[in-house]
Write a protein that binds this ligand. Structure first.
Ligand code: TRP
Length: 335
């Protein structure tokens, strides 16, 4: 069979509309999704239903959903190639999530480390949605018979649970769900906090100087990099006990494509001040076109609407096949 007639594998991923994405999300995940679009059938979603497991301000929430959608496009996801939809627009997700809840054990959900972390963090609102969050995520994935899901370390356990649920369901009813594999990218950079470089960069970090938002203004980016934690050696090189500099070199390399050795050679004899300024400038230039496109998209609600409607139409059609099949197997009467 000629290669071109082979069916491409399906990759599915989603982001929560939580206001902004960090430089870490971009370099570690989103930027790689853009490159997957030619080799795979990619489907992307804004996981707005997941976001209400913590309380949201309605006006801000609506804006965050638009922002997340516009950011995906601004980062280079092409909705003509890869459908991008808003999770709450496709009713099959909540329906399959309910069904999967009935095939998921209390004990399994209790073991999810994210649930444990979030119950500690939001101890006054440990709602059932926070608990069943992983079954909704499993529905997102299984509905599209995704072969692969690009996930970070924090979502790996959820993906494994999705596989377990799918396997359990299939063992009772036959081959309904495809078992998804994690997609591990070998080019994704792991970006650390600028203030505590042994920790991953995260927007939930209270210290705003520890993370860069993709939409941060150039002067903010410069300021944050200038304040980044380093060490006392004053040599730009990868080394033990040099977590801050290692991180800055990693960012510089991810953004410019230069190797660590190139970077060390370039900054030989120069201080950390010069190096931090150079990293900040490189990041500003990397993000500039994204910010420009984001501003264009967010000002064009008609275009966004056209795209998310098309995305939802596509997603509904595809996901209904799986939902109908699952319901039929269970014994529900078809409408
Ligand atoms: N839970 C994921 C996160 O917070 C977002 C998400 C929702 C997702 N549904 C998904 C990721 C399906 C991959 C596949 O990052």
């Amino acid at each position: 069979m000629p290669e071109t007639s082979e069916k491409k594998k399906v990759i599915l991923s989603a982001i929560q509309p939580s206001g902004t994405i960090t430089l870490g999300n971009y370099l570690g995940a989103l930027r790689n999704w853009v490159n997957l679009q030619n080799d795979y059938n990619c489907i992307f979603a804004v996981a707005d239903l997941h976001a209400i497991t913590v309380r949201q301000d309605p006006k801000q929430f609506r804006q965050n959903i638009y922002n997340a959608y516009a950011l995906l496009l601004a980062c280079g996801i092409d909705p003509e190639k890869s459908p991008v939809f808003i999770q709450s627009h496709v009713h099959t997700h909540t329906e399959l999530a309910w069904i999967l809840n009935c095939f998921t054990q209390f004990g399994e959900l209790s073991r999810m480390t994210q649930f444990k972390d979030k119950s500690r963090k939001y101890s006054n609102n440990i709602n059932a949605g926070l608990f069943t969050y992983p079954t909704l995520m499993a529905a997102d994935i299984l509905l599209y018979r995704a072969d692969m899901v690009p996930v970070g370390a924090d979502q790996k356990q959820h993906l494994e649970l999705a596989r377990d649920i799918a396997e359990r369901f299939n063992s009772i009813y036959g081959n309904v769900f495809k078992l998804p594999e994690p997609y591990i990218s070998n080019i994704g950079a792991r970006v650390m906090s600028l203030q505590e470089p042994t920790k991953k960069m995260s927007k939930s970090d209270e210290n705003v100087n520890s993370w860069i938002a993709v939409l941060d203004k150039p002067e903010t980016i410069m300021k944050k990099f200038k304040r980044a934690v380093t060490d006392s050696e004053a040599v730009v090189r990868i080394g033990e006990g040099k977590d801050g500099i290692n991180n800055l070199i990693g960012i510089m390399s991810a953004v410019t494509g230069k190797t660590n050795d190139d970077i060390t050679a370039e900054f030989e004899g120069k201080g950390y001040g010069d190096f931090k300024t150079a990293v900040a400038e490189a990041v500003i230039e990397e993000l500039r076109p994204i910010q420009t496109k984001f501003n264009e998209y967010i000002a064009n609600k008609d275009y966004l609407e056209e795209q998310y409607r098309k995305g939802a139409e596509f997603a509904l059609k595809l996901s209904l096949r799986t939902l109908d099949k699952a319901m039929n197997k269970i014994g529900f009467i078809a409408k």
